[in-house]
Design a protein around this ligand. Structure first.
Ligand SMILES: *[C@@H]1O[C@H](CO)[C@@H](O)[C@H](O)[C@H]1NC(C)=O
Ligand SMILES: *[C@@H]1O[C@H](CO)[C@@H](O)[C@H](O)[C@H]1NC(C)=O
Ligand SMILES: *[C@@H]1O[C@H](CO)[C@@H](O)[C@H](O)[C@H]1NC(C)=O
Ligand SMILES: *[C@@H]1O[C@H](CO)[C@@H](O)[C@H](O)[C@H]1NC(C)=O
Ligand SMILES: *[C@@H]1O[C@H](CO)[C@@H](O)[C@H](O)[C@H]1NC(C)=O
Ligand SMILES: *[C@@H]1O[C@H](CO)[C@@H](O)[C@H](O)[C@H]1NC(C)=O
Ligand SMILES: *[C@@H]1O[C@H](CO)[C@@H](O)[C@H](O)[C@H]1NC(C)=O
Ligand SMILES: *[C@@H]1O[C@H](CO)[C@@H](O)[C@H](O)[C@H]1NC(C)=O
Ligand SMILES: *[C@@H]1O[C@H](CO)[C@@H](O)[C@H](O)[C@H]1NC(C)=O
Ligand SMILES: *[C@@H]1O[C@H](CO)[C@@H](O)[C@H](O)[C@H]1NC(C)=O
Length: 426
């Protein structure tokens, strides 16, 4: 994922004037009126302040909303009632376990993440952060050059634990990790899978403790990374993932001409938008079965002041030692709110209008409010999502139309980036 996000950062920076957004980085944090720095490096309010909001590049440490704590749970896919589009989700993880962008579908009790023609695929994130735990997924990957299936843990300060599958190698998963977003591509190790990852379900597990990360394939340990092996003597710290992280599954195109050459090469070349899967279904797809999250108890020495949410207590160092477990709420009243005042706006569902350019990352300012009647409700999404796999081809138009619409919606930052990428590609 870091490769993808890095590419998106570059794209959004280069087009920021076109879209009238403010970009953000640690050296250039967001202004007070659009205080939240999204995972893609743009300032905003509402959804920008939820999962992925980067505290170090935001206006202040309290700009991002508190992150819901870990929940022990097994997820299955009879419906998508507990999944909300990022145009709908306001931070209530009790109401919605998952938030997504793109086009998830259901197929016989499985979750399909799809990547329609010329799209940037689907990202499906759990809303309950994990601060150490054991996460398992049964999945079948996608396939084809440039097509990447990912099952990862990602923190808001860019600690990342990866298992990624490039569609040109259906017999390996790539294990990898990043510490605080530092780009270092030398930590990748391949894990062998016993049979074709596209044809067969396999169970992949990430076991994450304060001392080690172990990746398993079908119950057999494929790699262990000890924290002790990540010590950086220069900076005198362990470069080991150590902050609350979300489980994220995604299907994304690394093989786009807009990506860095190294990324395209890594992914086995450019995506073929006329492949057999595209022609037959109208999209590339990865199939997810049961997902299980087991939360480990907070590490000894953790700063425990409550049991609802994780926050960071320092904006100079974001490590395991600056995480606090609090009773602070996680839900915004509406898409104009931020972590600085989560209840400034009227309660969700009531009508409201976009108040400033910074809150609407669009070219024309004609933003509509997510959750209002014209922007598509969660119910719409889940009902439409139950259709499609066998009649796949018909979803192509629909998805195209959706991404066009979402471009003008507030809070839909991924969709905006999608649209921006599409713009560049076209
Ligand atoms: C979150 O959703 C749950 C379940 O839908 C509901 O009971 C609760 O009141 C909601 N919390 C907030 C803060 O809206
Ligand atoms: C892992 O597998 C990929 C694709 O088969 C290959 O390109 C890469 O070099 C391998 N990485 C390592 C570290 O062996
Ligand atoms: C990790 O540490 C354990 C002891 O804590 C050791 O037995 C094991 O060999 C180490 N693994 C690696 C890959 O270094
Ligand atoms: C170790 O830390 C130093 C100083 O922060 C940094 O320059 C270097 O890149 C780090 N090494 C790795 C492998 O990340
Ligand atoms: C794309 O896939 C189709 C169907 O398999 C094939 O005929 C075509 O040659 C491929 N295009 C490229 C550029 O590989
Ligand atoms: C995808 O779009 C391209 C044009 O951008 C077109 O050439 C190709 O046939 C389309 N593929 C499918 C499966 O419709
Ligand atoms: C999750 O379950 C484990 C036992 O499987 C238990 O030790 C842990 O306290 C539970 N955590 C939460 C947050 O419920
Ligand atoms: C944070 O990690 C350090 C080792 O890097 C460890 O000594 C300390 O106990 C950890 N603190 C918490 C709260 O996990
Ligand atoms: C959380 O929100 C509820 C109402 O939804 C409120 O009663 C409670 O005081 C809030 N808790 C905190 C710590 O702000
Ligand atoms: C949040 O905004 C509301 C409405 O403007 C105001 O009444 C409330 O005092 C504010 N809360 C905080 C903590 O600033």
């Amino acid at each position: 994922m870091v490769r993808f996000i890095t590419a998106l950062l570059a794209v959004s920076a280069s087009l920021s004037t076109v879209w009238a957004t403010t970009t953000c980085s640690v050296d250039s944090p967001c202004p007070e009126d659009s205080p939240c720095c999204s995972a893609y490096g743009e300032c905003g309010v509402g959804a920008y302040c939820l999962g992925g909001c980067y505290p170090l590049a935001s206006y202040s440490i309290d700009s991002c909303t508190p992150a819901p704590v870990c929940v022990n749970k097994t997820y299955t896919w009879d419906n998508l009632d507990k999944a909300a589009s990022n145009e709908v989700y306001l931070g209530n993880a009790t109401e919605y376990d998952w938030v997504y962008s793109g086009t998830p579908l259901l197929d016989n009790g499985n979750l399909l993440l799809t990547m329609p023609n010329n799209s940037v695929g689907t990202l499906f994130s759990n809303n309950h952060y994990v601060w150490y735990g054991r996460i398992s997924a049964k999945l079948k990957t996608s396939r084809g050059a440039g097509v990447v299936t990912a099952f990862i843990l990602m923190s808001d300060v860019k600690d990342e634990i990866d298992l990624e599958f490039v569609g040109v190698d259906l017999y390996h998963g790539q294990t990898n990790y990043y510490f605080e977003g530092i780009l270092d591509y030398d930590n990748e190790i391949n894990a062998t899978v016993s049979s074709n990852t596209f044809e067969n379900f396999h169970e992949y597990t990430i076991d994450w403790t304060p001392d080690a990360i172990t990746w398993y394939v079908d119950g057999t340990a494929a790699r262990t990374l000890n924290r002790s092996a990540t010590f950086n003597a220069t900076s005198n710290r362990y470069q080991f993932p150590q902050t609350p992280s979300r489980v994220e599954m995604s299907l994304w195109p690394a093989g786009l001409s807009t990506e860095a050459e190294g990324t395209i090469e890594w992914a086995g070349g450019l995506v073929n938008w006329s492949s057999t899967d595209m022609e037959e279904h109208g999209y590339y797809y990865a199939t997810f079965g049961e997902i299980t999250v087991e939360c480990y108890n907070p590490p000894s020495g953790a700063n425990i002041q409550g049991d609802k949410s994780y926050v960071y207590t320092s904006d100079s160092a974001v490590t395991n030692n600056t995480v606090e477990i609090t009773d602070r709420n996680t839900t915004l009243n509406n898409f104009d709110d931020t972590g600085l005042n989560m209840t400034a706006g009227t309660t969700a569902g009531a009508s409201a209008t976009a108040s400033s350019g910074d809150s609407v990352p669009t070219s024309n300012g004609a933003g509509t409010v997510p959750g209002s009647s014209d922007s598509g409700s969660g119910t719409d999404s889940s009902s439409s999502s139950t259709t499609g796999f066998v009649q796949g081809g018909t979803t192509t138009d629909k998805s195209g139309a959706t991404s066009q619409n979402t471009r003008i919606r507030q809070g839909s930052l991924f969709a905006v980036v999608v649209a921006v990428v599409a713009l560049v590609v076209i």
